[in-house]
Design a protein around this ligand. Structure first.
Ligand code: GLU
Length: 469
């Protein structure tokens, strides 16, 4: 059997991390088995679907590197086919026309509520003579669902799940206005797209019972189903905005690498030994559905941030530099030119050791995109004293004659510390304040080397002026 999976988002909002995890599992499962991963945009609800949401979903998947193997299918373009299948069910006696008016359906609902029963269609047109059809009413088409026995679904994550057929009513597959219902459209599309495995959030589990009835009525092969638990917040409640970022692109903007987000989402509720850091190739080779747990997955931001830091350290300097420059460019007061770029690139091996997000990385690199002087934060100012000025003056003299490699700089600073009878740190702190405007940066030798002699000396001179008051 060819394994074909699909991700089927409704474009009514952002792609949330829960959806991203569903897409990832579908992608990995298909790749693991040498099959195909497809994308279907479920835009049947014209009132709630927007082009902006479709765009955001496509951008999110692109950013996550979850590329579909075939062009995306837009569900709204397939309405004629959904209608055709509804009519085929009608012709086969597996569906029937229902002329119940909105008023009757409302009464049915209210009655059920009064009697404490779940609202269910009572099947009043199921066996009624079509000759009774009221004139001028366009009927809806309902599935003639089995009334006895059970519908059982052998779910790859949830195990065997069942419902008594008496619990289900005859659902509408084609509304009286001629539009297909969502549950029906999904089945027709999954069948026509030859989907072998439907992997989706467990909030769809109850839909599955109804959907398999359509497959059975059409005599179609059923796909295998795998309903994966939803993501919950750290407090155990269903994940929502109040827990933090929801949309995939929000995580991007907060400085997470797509590899890190995918890595984290994979490990969230899917176990494989102890290995926490997995790249795409490893994920493809290891992923299978039997590792997916049944319990809700709890979002843990500290862990995600840790995974991100590991990925940042392992990421190529050139790519990180581009990420940093893109984040620095819109910031007021910075000059993001070729000089700044060269400095960021040269200091990146050291910068990336200390940042947990790309935003932090950009914050830590911002001092490289200034020329001549830097703004000093409060802690930096504490080092710009008359004593600091004297040390900086001596350092400036020595650096004027030093080869600007980290090793030569380090040696020069040690010699100056000895000559001034202070510890190296006592020189490094005013120097760091002068160069970066802060008290934390990568090693002072590599920081000086990245800025270059001329710029370093200019910043030192400016700091001496401030230190002298
Ligand atoms: N369109 C549905 C959603 O966004 C998914 C349907 C499915 O996967 O069958 O929740």
């Amino acid at each position: 059997m060819t394994i074909r999976t699909r991700f089927a988002p409704s474009p009514t909002g952002l792609l949330h991390i829960g959806g991203a995890r569903t897409a990832l599992f579908n992608f990995l499962f298909a790749r693991h088995h040498g099959g195909q991963f497809l994308l279907r945009i479920e835009d049947t609800d014209r009132a709630r679907s927007t082009e902006a949401a479709t765009r955001a979903i496509l951008d999110s998947l692109e950013w996550l590197g979850l590329h579909a193997d075939e062009p995306a299918v837009f569900q709204s373009t397939r309405a004629a086919r959904h209608t055709e299948v509804a009519r085929a069910l009608l012709a086969a006696g597996q569906a029937y026309r229902c002329y119940a008016s909105a008023e009757e359906l409302r009464e049915m609902r209210e009655q059920a509520m009064r009697e404490g029963r779940p609202p269910r269609y009572d099947g009043r047109w199921r066996d009624r003579d079509p000759a009774d059809a009221p004139a001028g009413v366009t009927p809806a088409i309902r599935l003639r669902a089995p009334r006895e026995g059970e519908t059982v679904v052998d779910d790859l994550v949830q195990g065997s799940v069942r419902v008594g057929n008496a619990e289900l009513d005859d659902m509408i597959i084609l509304r009286s206005d001629g539009t297909p219902t969502y549950l029906h459209a999904v089945v027709v599309d999954d069948h026509d797209m030859a989907i072998s495995h439907v992997i989706r959030g467990d909030d769809h589990l109850t839909n599955t019972f109804r959907q398999v009835q359509i497959y059975r009525a059409m005599g179609w092969d059923e796909p295998r189903f795998a309903h994966i638990p939803l993501i919950h917040g750290p407090d155990g409640a269903k994940y929502s905005k109040r827990h933090g970022a929801e949309g995939v692109l929000e995580f991007r903007d907060q400085g997470f690498l797509p590899e890190a987000l995918c890595n984290y989402l994979l490990r969230l509720g899917w176990g494989h030994g102890d290995s926490e850091i997995l790249d795409r190739a490893e994920a493809i080779s290891l992923f299978d559905l039997d590792g997916v747990g049944r319990g809700a997955a709890r979002m843990d931001f500290a862990k995600l941030t840790h995974v991100n830091a590991v990925w940042i350290r392992g990421t190529d300097d050139r790519r990180l530099t581009d990420e940093v420059l893109a984040r620095l460019r819109p910031r007021a007061g910075l000059v993001v030119d070729a000089t700044a770029e060269a400095r960021v690139l040269s200091l990146m091996p050291h910068l990336k050791e200390r940042a947990r997000t790309l935003v932090e990385l950009a914050d830590n690199a911002a001092f490289l995109a200034l020329h001549g002087t830097v703004p000093y934060d409060d802690k930096a100012r504490t080092h710009l004293t008359p004593v600091g000025a004297a040390l900086l003056t001596a350092v400036a003299v020595r650096l004027a004659d030093t080869d600007f490699t980290p090793a030569a700089i380090d040696q020069a600073l040690r010699q100056q510390a000895e000559a001034s009878a202070v510890k190296l740190g006592q020189i490094a702190q005013p120097l760091r304040a002068a160069l970066t405007g802060s008290t934390s940066s990568p090693g002072i030798d590599v920081t000086l080397a990245a800025l270059g002699r001329e710029e370093s000396l200019r910043r030192i001179a400016a700091a001496i002026d401030v230190a002298r008051g």
